[in-house]
Structures are given as structure tokens and as C-alpha cells.
Design a binder for this molecule. Structure first.
Ligand code: ZN
Length: 148
């Protein structure tokens, strides 16, 4: 078990140090800002949607290691999915972050690295910020998403 915790910690540190898909997407068809006032995490998400498919996705922003690592993992996983698949993944990640049992560990894969936050309610918002923004971007026309 301690090996798993170490692996998860290393994954988060790596994604925080070298965030994937970091930067503005010039040809984005949609963008949304997300804030987590509790911790001070801020991000802006860029999506290139073609029909229902996420052809490309990126983010910029500043925040704690958990929020940056989570956004990095989110973009890595959302790229190439269609809207429904993304919303399904969002629901699964949300269940994982709040500590529900009925989650598909195989499907979540490395995103499970974020599962440790369930013990810390304030950290759940750091981890869910980018996923929340993704869901908002896909399901509404709002331009901002807040965890509060
Ligand atoms: Zn945070």
C-alpha cells in the first residue's frame, strides 16, 4: 500500500512540475475560467471542439500542486473523447474524489493518483476544479466555473 501512495505522490509531483497541455490554444472554439477561492487556484481551459469531439485541449493558470496536476491529468484524459464520454469521466472522477465506492479503478487509471484527496475536503476542491470547468464548458455557455 505504501508503494502505491508513493507512486501516486510521484505522479502528482511530475504533473505539477511538467504539466501536460499547458499553454493557450490559439484555435480554441471554447474557453472557460475556473476559480477555487478557498485555495486561490485559478485556471483557464481551452477546448477545440469539432462536432462533438475534443480535438484538442489545454490550460493555463496557477495554483497548488494538486490543482495543477489534476488539470494536467484531466487534459491528458479528455483529449480525443467525445462530449458524452467526457461527462461520464467527469462523473466517475467526481465519485472518486468524494470517496464513493462504486468507481471503475481500471478506467480511471493514473487519475487514481488524485484519490488521496478524499480525506481532505478542502483539497477535493483543488482536485475537482479543472474537471468542474470541463463539465461547465461542455454543458453550459457559462464563461466561469467556481468551486464555491
Ligand atoms: Zn489548491
Amino acid at each position: 500500500m505504501s508503494n502505491l501512495i508513493e507512486l501516486y505522490r510521484d505522479l502528482i509531483l511530475d504533473h505539477n512540475k511538467n504539466p501536460r497541455n499547458f499553454g493557450e490554444l490559439q484555435n480554441a472554439t471554447k474557453s472557460i475560467e475556473g476559480v477555487n477561492p478557498l485555495c486561490g487556484d485559478k485556471l483557464k481551459l481551452f477546448l477545440l471542439l469539432e462536432n462533438d469531439l475534443i480535438k484538442d485541449i489545454s490550460f493555463i493558470g496557477t495554483g497548488c500542486a494538486i490543482s495543477v496536476a489534476s488539470a494536467s491529468m484531466m487534459t491528458e484524459n479528455a483529449k480525443g473523447l467525445d462530449v458524452n464520454q467526457c461527462l461520464e469521466l467527469y462523473a466517475m472522477v467526481h465519485s472518486m474524489l468524494i470517496g464513493k465506492d462504486e468507481i471503475d479503478v481500471e478506467r480511471l487509471g493514473k487519475i487514481m493518483a488524485l484519490s488521496g484527496v478524499k480525506a481532505y475536503p478542502s483539497r477535493v476542491k483543488c482536485a475537482s476544479l479543472s474537471w468542474h470547468a470541463l463539465k461547465q464548458a461542455l454543458s453550459t455557455n457559462q464563461l466561469t466555473a467556481s468551486t464555491e
